[in-house]
Design a protein around this ligand. Structure first.
Ligand code: IPE
Ligand code: IPE
Ligand code: MG
Length: 245
């Protein structure tokens, strides 16, 4: 998704016009390392990471981004010690209960993206509640990838597709795509990963086929709107060829 956006007061340090990545996806990594550096428990890092997410929603909106997808918990993160998993669930619920009204007020629509099976009932309730409360939000859409895995999303899509009665004999991309978790959301233009790791860790396997990647060494709790602007500026120097010339 491409468009030009005029300079706003809040983006005074950005060029007069720039291409806005309509959809930015972020692998919010480094909460644990951030906490460790401070001699704190990993859960402090997850809490701090939540506050960063709140700020980045505003920063993305001010840049003109329409969709922000964040990787909050992967299907592999269940492998962590039970105590950390429990803390993450607790922090996740606290976060969305605390900012539910705020997201609604700034017209940020929140949507869940992931495998519902396996998520504790109270966590799922929190997600469904914020989805409902923010349903009419039209300033920015925040997709929360939770109990999300790219391979699992593809397998879930295949399962849904196989259950169709009038399936065409030949499956093409357009037909398949409609069974993904959020089929109406355009593919990400830019995928950001904090904390320096050069891997996708099972994020948006199908959707990111032609996304631009941008990795920062900054640990997620330290990530700021300025870093997001830098990512967008660098994105403006990329040449997306999609296999062409
Ligand atoms: C990302 O931070 C948050 C989740 C995966 C839930 P990490 O918890 O992975 O932090 P590091 O990578 O150990 O620093
Ligand atoms: C990816 O981070 C998942 C999230 C940010 C939610 P991880 O910390 O789980 O990824 P690996 O283990 O370093 O690949
Ligand atoms: Mg990590």
């Amino acid at each position: 998704m491409w468009k030009f956006f005029r300079k706003k007061k809040k983006n005074a340090d950005m060029p007069e016009t720039y291409v806005v990545p309509g959809h930015i996806a972020i692998i919010m990594d480094g909460n644990g390392r951030w906490a460790k550096k401070r001699g704190l428990s990993r859960s402090y890092g997850h809490r701090a990471g939540g506050e960063t997410l709140r700020k980045i929603v505003y920063a993305a909106r001010d840049l003109g981004v329409q969709y922000l997808t964040v990787y909050a918990f992967s299907t592999e993160n269940w492998k962590r010690p039970q105590e950390e998993v429990n803390k993450i669930m607790e922090i996740f619920m606290d976060f969305f209960n605390r900012y539910q009204d705020e997201f609604s007020k700034i017209k940020c629509r929140v949507r869940f993206m992931g495998r519902e099976e396996g998520i504790p009932a109270d966590v799922m309730e929190t997600i469904r509640k914020i989805e409902k409360v923010t349903e009419t939000g039209d300033q920015i859409q925040l997709n929360v990838a939770f109990n999300y895995g790219g391979r699992q999303e593809i397998l879930d899509a295949v399962t849904k597709m196989m259950a169709q009665e009038n399936r065409p004999p030949l499956i093409d991309e357009t037909y398949f795509k409609q069974f993904l978790y959020l089929p109406d959301v355009p593919e990400p233009d830019l995928v950001i990963r904090s904390s320096g790791e050069m891997r996708t860790s099972n994020f948006l396997m199908w959707e990111s086929a032609y996304s631009e990647f941008w990795v920062s060494d900054i640990l997620w709790p330290d990530f700021t709107g300025e870093d997001l602007k830098q990512a967008v500026l660098d994105y403006n120097n990329r040449h997306r060829r999609y296999g062409g010339l």
